[in-house]
Design a binder for this molecule. Structure first.
Ligand code: EPU
Length: 418
């Protein structure tokens, strides 16, 4: 087991390069299974979720060659299997995308139920509703989700709630289905647009990605492409919040500032000064954070995946802040860890009420999931003294070179074996 040992209390300063987006990569890699020729995917983040997906694709029969640490050449033409077992999916949420991709390719798919971070119930009823509307029969056999269709047919699908996963899975299944699929109340996250751009560059016909109505006219073939994944909105946001929380001055590069608007708006409210460039954002904090009210929402609202980091920053804000989590039922489990560092936070249902303190105190804390883990690292950087963050394998799922990147900004953080 490994852990982070952090010597906190120093303002972060300097420049940090943001990696490719995890949540785009985990959709685009399964999408490669639909291609009739090899594809090259660039700007892949070097994180464990990506290596696990590539491993699963190899087990399915794809040929994967790493051209460099962030570029994979994938030849899916030899794939014969449509089965993704529990061992192959390693409990990853994104393994559910194999359902849409394999169904789209073979008209059948058998996939172990997706896992992922534990923030309450994580159903896939809306994914299934979409597949069934397209003519698939969906059942549960020996603890595996099984989808079968004679021929997938385009149809109209209204999502009962905005779901990133269901939108992506239906797009994957519909790309080669017969006729037109319309997704109403679709998710609008940047990674949905990135997946649509990737599929369209292979010859798919997808319109409206980035709005709440996506229209997919099925095509017969998808050719090979070279495609570069968008920058990671959440990794970028994590470094912005870390800069503000430590009273720093940080420039994040290789970003799309438009994707960061809701995060930057809240940080300005908290008192930060922000300069935006074409592909960079500089953030500077020269005062104690002001109190804020935050409510997580699907894009373009404030992202739920930035909620733990933002709440952590607000533990040292002036006065009382509130954070309302409207996407997930149970995403405040990490608050008990923050309390170990002296944070004054009360959770009432989906709302956290934070009474800002002058500073956090160091402690031994656990990463309870990926983003909560990033939040613990920020807390460690904020608190003067030595903080230990355990269970860091969660953080490895989604942050490339976290230690090197924080060290470059002057943070003192070491990865050590227990
Ligand atoms: N939901 C349903 N039924 C469904 C699907 C979703 O009730 O069939 C509910 C969920 O329970 C949740 C809400 O709808 O309350 C939104 O879930 P969504 O489907 O949008 O989430 P997801 O696709 O499972 C992705 C990201 C998460 C991120 C959410 C919300 C990936 C691999 N995961 O999950 O990212 O929190 O969208 O933006 O893209 C992370 O990166 O740390 C992470 C957890």
């Amino acid at each position: 087991m490994e852990k982070y040992v952090i010597e906190g209390g120093k303002a972060l300063k300097g420049e940090v390069h943001i990696s490719g987006a995890k949540n785009a990569a985990v959709a685009i890699l399964p999408a490669v299974l639909l291609a009739d020729e090899p594809c090259i995917v660039e700007n892949l983040p070097d994180i464990s979720d990506v290596s696990l997906l590539l491993k699963s694709m190899t087990t399915l029969g794809a040929k994967v060659e790493m051209l460099d640490v962030n570029t994979a050449k994938i030849d899916p033409t030899g794939i014969k299997s449509y089965i993704v077992t529990k061992d192959m999916s390693s409990g990853m949420r994104a393994s559910s995308y194999f359902l849409g991709a394999l169904l789209g390719r073979f008209n059948k798919a058998k996939v172990a139920p997706p896992g992922g971070c534990d923030f309450g119930v994580r159903p896939i009823d809306q994914h299934i509703k979409g597949f069934e509307a397209m003519g698939a029969k969906v059942s549960c056999e020996n603890d595996m989700v099984v989808c079968r269709a004679e021929q997938l047919m385009g149809n109209y699908v209204y999502l009962d709630m905005v779901s990133v996963g269901a939108t992506i899975n239906i797009m994957l299944a519909a790309a080669k289905a017969k006729g037109m699929t319309v997704i109403e109340n679709a998710a609008r996250e940047p990674h949905i647009v990135d997946l649509a751009n990737f599929l369209n560059s292979m010859g798919a016909n997808i319109m409206g990605a980035g709005t709440n109505v996506i229209k997919i006219r099925g095509v017969e073939k998808l050719h090979g492409v070279t495609y570069s994944i968008i920058p990671d909105q959440i990794e970028a946001g994590t470094y912005l919040v870390a800069a503000v929380a430590t009273g720093g001055d940080v420039t994040i590069t290789n970003v799309t500032p438009k994707h960061l608007e809701s995060i930057v708006a809240k940080l300005i409210e908290a008192g930060a000064t922000v300069e935006q460039f074409d592909e960079a954002v500089r953030i500077k904090m020269e005062r104690r954070p002001r109190r804020c009210q935050v409510k997580t929402m699907p894009h373009p609202g404030f992202p739920t995946d930035m909620q733990p980091q933002m709440t952590t920053m607000l533990t040292i804000a002036e006065g009382e802040s509130t954070v309302y989590e409207s996407v997930w039922d149970n995403r405040f489990r990490y608050i008990d860890e923050l309390k170990k560092m002296g944070a004054d936070v009360n959770v009432e249902g989906k709302r956290a009420i934070i009474n800002g303190k002058d500073s956090l105190t160091p402690a031994v804390v656990n990463a309870t999931d990926l983003r909560a883990g990033a939040a613990m690292v920020i807390a460690g950087l904020m608190a003067p003294g030595k903080t230990v963050v355990q269970n860091i394998e969660y953080i490895d799922r989604g942050y490339e070179n976290l230690v090197e990147k924080f060290e470059k900004l002057g943070g003192v953080i070491h990865r050590v074996s227990e």
